[in-house]
Write a protein that binds this ligand. Structure first.
Ligand SMILES: [Fe+2]
Length: 279
């Protein structure tokens, strides 16, 4: 098969009632629950981080002692990520950097704090709560603060967040139980010059597709041409926006100008009483 006839990604496509992004001017935990419960693809709350808070967070990020350049990737981050590694490695990396992550997040009116507080107020009504994922008494990283500035058609290539939750090197890590529900992502945009839309395709890839690209436990990445013809939504992202979406769907960030910096974490229900977050 030549690249011009490369077969499309196969998997589950959702109906139009689900496959859409809702947009609001104020944060509403009920709408986040719509995403966590699999009733909606995603939701974006526009401009809910005031400019002064964006600037404070951005300065704390770029001045952080924990600022790291990802090897071989044009991105900077503060925090640890579980993707594609043994869980012990992730937890050890997290314990080294958590304090520096919290030094970035602990500003006045921090969206990281109010997001969790508001979600917990709402979940308490159902006898549930949101907390950081744990294993053997150790905590997942509270957030990954990250700036992507890769050049090209996609600043972050098409991928999905489900495969990484099945890595056998992470067996027993409670995030693997999120697969019984929905695997979701929260992003808080604190710095963004232009471009860099969030793109989501209406496809939840199957294992045949993952094996074809040798990404069974990473979900990264899907060649863009294999997504041609699949319905997609493009979401403009601006500084101050907070958005939550279903990471089972293939998603990407398209061409970006300048720094695009966000506070990110993954989240999902693991049982009816518990939503966990991790990175
Ligand atoms: Fe993702």
């Amino acid at each position: 098969m030549t690249s011009s006839t490369i077969a499309p990604v196969t998997g589950v496509r959702m109906d139009p009632q689900f496959f859409r992004f809702d947009e609001y001017d104020e944060f509403d935990p009920e709408r986040v629950l719509d995403v966590l419960r699999g009733r909606r693809l995603g939701v974006i709350f526009r401009g809910v981080i005031p400019l002064a808070v964006q600037q404070d967070l951005t300065a704390r990020f770029w001045n952080s002692q924990g600022l790291t350049r990802r090897t071989g990737e044009p991105s900077y981050h503060v925090g640890a990520y579980h993707w594609n590694k043994p869980v012990d490695t992730y937890l050890a990396e997290t314990s080294k950097v958590s304090e520096q992550v919290m030094d970035v997040l602990n500003c006045d009116d921090s969206p990281w704090h109010w997001f969790r507080d508001r979600m917990n107020d709402r979940l308490a009504g159902d006898g549930a709560r949101l907390r950081t994922a744990e294993m053997n008494g150790e905590q997942a990283c509270p957030a990954l603060v990250r700036a992507w500035n890769k050049e090209g058609e996609f600043a972050l290539e098409p991928h999905e967040d489900e495969a990484q939750c099945r890595d056998p090197r992470q067996a027993g890590f409670e995030v693997q139980r999120v697969l019984d529900y929905e695997v979701c992502a929260t992003n808080m945009c604190i710095e963004h010059e232009g471009g860099g839309r969030l793109v989501l395709w209406n496809i939840r890839p199957d294992d045949d597709s993952r094996r074809r690209f040798d990404i069974l436990h990473s979900g990264f990445s899907y060649p863009p041409r294999t997504l041609d013809g699949i319905e997609r939504v493009n979401v403009d992202i601006r500084p101050g926006d907070v958005y939550v979406f279903n990471g089972r769907h293939v998603h990407a960030v398209d061409a970006t100008r300048g720094n695009r910096t966000a506070i990110s974490f993954l989240l999902g229900f693991i049982d009816e009483q518990t939503v966990v977050t991790w990175t």
